[in-house]
Design a protein around this ligand. Structure first.
Ligand code: PEP
Ligand code: MG
Length: 764
């Protein structure tokens, strides 16, 4: 592709990103493409799922009245052909093609050459982009590649814009109260009905929602105050830079000040406030509008001013947010929504008031989801098309079993979900009897169910639900709750609580596992490929002072309790363990000397998360006392699939045959070397996979407290003999989905349907 085409492409994408509605985006597209490609016609047809038709949504060249009125049934006409084949159709004499359909409303008979490209999003045809010319000539390869590149770039934007404007663009444009449904990935299971509250990052223009102003004159006053404050800010910057910048280099400041003149930006913003939007939403709209205008300019200098304009917008927004009196309080039915919600941001909130969480980014095994699961908050992630900004205070139903979000749900659906909530409560009540039972199969095999902890609430729930120990204490969680690294004594007190609640039972404390999606708010690690970067033991060995403080605190906390086990995360090589063992030994001796007390030497284990460990079990067995499988990461690294990326979440599965085979071999190897092995990843807490793990020989499963009772009930109902038969059967299957379905079918036909979380499919 030529540089000029690339420039054009970039500009189009930029403009689309700045547009405010789907219709505007489509219009920009057809206009820009027809100009860039010098074609007589450029049109976009979108697929209307409900009516199974391609609807003409925008055109440059055909009659404007045809937009919204011309549509083709699936599989008809040349547009249908492109959609059906999911590939380019390039014709020099389109009217002669057998599939040519004639629509007098468009004046189409005049055009001979036709190039149609499917707009694909996540393997689905969303629409078709068509360019046409009067003269009869094949379009060049360059033209094809230009359109293909454009459609690939824009498919996501169209999907998003469509969702933001209205999912049902074909019928009720911009109807904010329309009923819509969205699909994401099921995170922490559960159901919630409530109202959305947007958790948006401060001073982020893209994240500001539209919101009806409670009091228009109040919003106008807030804007005036914000403008005054930004003027002072810019004036101060200008003064500060007097000595370091030349006068012409400081012209930007005077441009900013002029833009803040009452009859410039402020008057435009006020116009939108008077129409009913709140000040922050109005600022966003005006800045967006100007950004679009600037982005369209041919002049490079002006185009580059887009960044400055956004900067000015952010400053006004920040000033408004500083004095925002309307900061929403959480109420008990608040459903938190946002692009991405970090673990740290989540645990800072009054979690008892969060009814559910929905995010447009993230995947089911992200750290935030693990914490949400422990807290029992229904969570749906990776809802990529969620129109966050339009959902402030809107009624939602979150079905976190199926990963679905219903916006403005109809009454019938609300009723149905309320009934399901009641059934859920009943299941929870029925499960209560399993709090005091042991996990023993009908043929007498005992499985130890441990709890994964991080917060104190996990400990409390773990004890209440009869956990036989802590299989994984994620020590990074208390680190996330603070504003700095906690000191040794502070840590000792935290660890003591964990150890003493499980006195006489093993507690496996993992050393700090930060990096990748587990950032500390006060120690951000910015890396291009963080999952493969500086995380877990790689970080702590580079910071022996942090590692030692933690080990010393753990050892001191264990005095008199003697139930401490230490687990090393993200181990890749033997040398890392040798180094860690050296530090551990040194600290163990030192702490005993300082405290003048004998401390039982903790058992040391490693997590099996990096595939290299699987091939060196023999060597590691000589160094450590036990192994614990971190299947969340092991799956990520074995299948080469980011556990946080919603685009590839369908590739991430703990039922993948390779995963099951690897785990089966691993257990056998550990038994051969006489080393205990447990598993603490999320698959241990899924009743369907827990049965398979038990059959492989895992006799310790560690899981979120929210899953203990389900897994215990399952184990009490399936004999080891049956479980082994099931394992044999599924290991013959070559496909994760088939394995999962096989297990679901078994559960549903053996009285365990309630243990299958996605079993309550609701047809709406
Ligand atoms: C895992 O990777 O399976 C695990 C238990 O660790 P985490 O989820 O904290 O990375
Ligand atoms: Mg891990």
């Amino acid at each position: 592709m030529s540089n000029m085409q690339l420039d054009t492409l970039r500009r189009i994408v930029q403009e689309i990103n700045a547009s405010v509605s789907l219709h505007e985006s489509l219009d920009i597209m057809v206009n820009q493409v027809s100009e860039a490609m010098q074609v007589d016609v450029c049109s976009i047809y979108l697929f209307d799922e409900r009516n199974q038709r391609y609807v003409l949504m925008a055109t440059k060249g055909l009659k404007a009245e045809a937009v919204g009125n011309v549509s083709l049934p699936l599989g008809e006409g040349l547009v249908g052909l492109v959609g059906q084949r999911e590939e380019i159709v390039n014709l020099h004499n389109a009217p002669q093609h057998e599939r040519f359909a004639y629509f007098p409303e468009t004046g189409e008979e005049l055009y001979n050459s036709f190039l149609g490209v499917p707009v694909m999003y996540r393997r689905k045809v969303m629409g078709v982009m068509v360019v046409q010319n009067q003269h009869s000539q094949d379009f060049s390869e360059a033209a094809e590649s230009f359109l293909v590149t454009l459609c690939a770039q824009l498919s996501g934007v169209i999907a998003h814009a469509q969702a933001v404007g209205n999912i049902d663009v074909f019928r009720k444009p911009n109807n904010a109260s329309a009923y819509k449904t969205f699909q994401g990935a099921a995170g922490a299971g559960g159901i919630a009905l409530g109202r959305a509250i947007i958790l948006y990052p401060p001073a982020d223009l893209t994240a500001v929602p539209d919101r009806e102003a409670d009091d228009i004159s109040e919003e106008l006053t807030l804007l005036d105050q914000a403008i005054i404050s930004v003027r002072h800010e810019i004036q101060a910057l200008d003064d500060k830079m007097q000595d370091s910048l030349m006068a012409d280099e400081r012209t930007l400041f005077s441009v900013f000040l002029r833009m803040l003149d009452e009859n410039a930006l402020p008057s435009e913003i006020k116009e939108i406030i008077r129409e009913g939007n709140w000040a922050q939403g109005a600022v966003k709209r005006v800045i967006d509008r100007h950004v679009t205008l600037f982005a369209q300019m041919e002049d490079d200098y002006l185009r580059e001013r887009v960044a400055d304009l956004k900067d000015l917008g952010r400053r006004i927004l920040a000033a408004l947010q500083r004095s925002d009196p309307s900061h929403k309080e959480l109420s008990s039915d608040s459903i938190l929504i946002g692009e991405e919600i970090s673990t740290a941001a989540l645990v800072e909130l009054p979690v008892s008031k969060i009814a559910a969480i929905v995010t447009s980014e993230g995947a089911a095994n992200s750290h935030m989801v693990i914490v949400a699961r422990a807290l029992g908050i229904p969570t749906v992630v990776g809802v990529t098309e969620l129109p966050i900004n339009t959902l402030d205070d809107v009624e939602l139903i979150v079905d976190a079993y199926q990963g679905r979000v219903f916006v403005n749900p109809p009454r019938r659906l609300r009723q149905r979900y309320k009934e399901i909530q009641k059934e859920e409560e009943q299941i929870a009540k029925d499960l209560k009897q399993y709090e005091s039972r042991d996990a023993i199969t009908p043929d007498g095999v005992a499985v130890r169910l441990f709890v994964n902890t991080g917060l104190m609430i996990d400990v409390v729930r773990g004890v209440q639900r009869g956990a036989k120990g802590v299989g994984l204490y994620r020590s990074e969680i208390p680190f996330m709750l603070r504003e700095r690294f906690p000191g040794e004594e502070e840590q000792r007190a935290i660890y003591r609580q964990q150890l003493s609640h499980f006195a006489n039972k093993p507690v496996v404390m993992r050393t700090l596992d930060i990096g990748a999606d587990k950032d500390l708010p006060y120690f951000e690690i910015e890396e291009e490929n963080s999952a493969l970067g500086w995380r877990g033991i790689r970080f702590t060995l580079d910071h022996p002072e942090i590692f030692s403080a933690q080990i010393r605190a753990m050892l001191k906390a264990s005095i008199g309790l003697n139930n401490l086990h230490i687990l090393l995360p993200m181990v890749t090589s033997v040398s890392e363990v040798e180094e860690a063992l050296y530090l551990l030994e040194r600290d163990w001796i030192a702490v005993q000397e300082e405290e003048e007390v004998k401390i039982t030497k903790p058992k040391i284990g490693i997590m099996v998360e990096v595939p290299s460990v699987l091939l060196q079990i023999e060597e590691f067995s000589e160094l450590v006392d036990f192994f614990s499988v971190g299947s969340n990461d092991l799956i990520q690294y074995l299948l080469a699939v980011d556990r946080n990326n919603p685009r590839v979440s369908s590739v991430y599965s703990h039922f993948h045959p390779s995963i099951l085979r690897v785990l089966q071999r691993l257990v056998k190897q550990c038994h051969d070397y006489d080393k205990p092995i447990s598993i603490c990843g999320e698959m241990a807490g899924d009743p369907l996979s827990a049965v398979l793990l038990m059959a492989m020989g895992f006799n310790t499963l560690s899981m979120s407290s929210s899953n203990i009772l389900r897994v215990r009930k399952t184990i009490c109902h399936i004999s080891m003999q049956d479980a082994q038969q099931l394992l044999d059967q599924v290991l013959k299957l070559n496909n994760p989905l088939m394995i999962k379905s096989w297990m679901e079918y078994y559960f549903k036909t053996h009285g365990l349907a309630d243990m299958v979380k996605s079993s309550r499919l609701i047809n709406v």
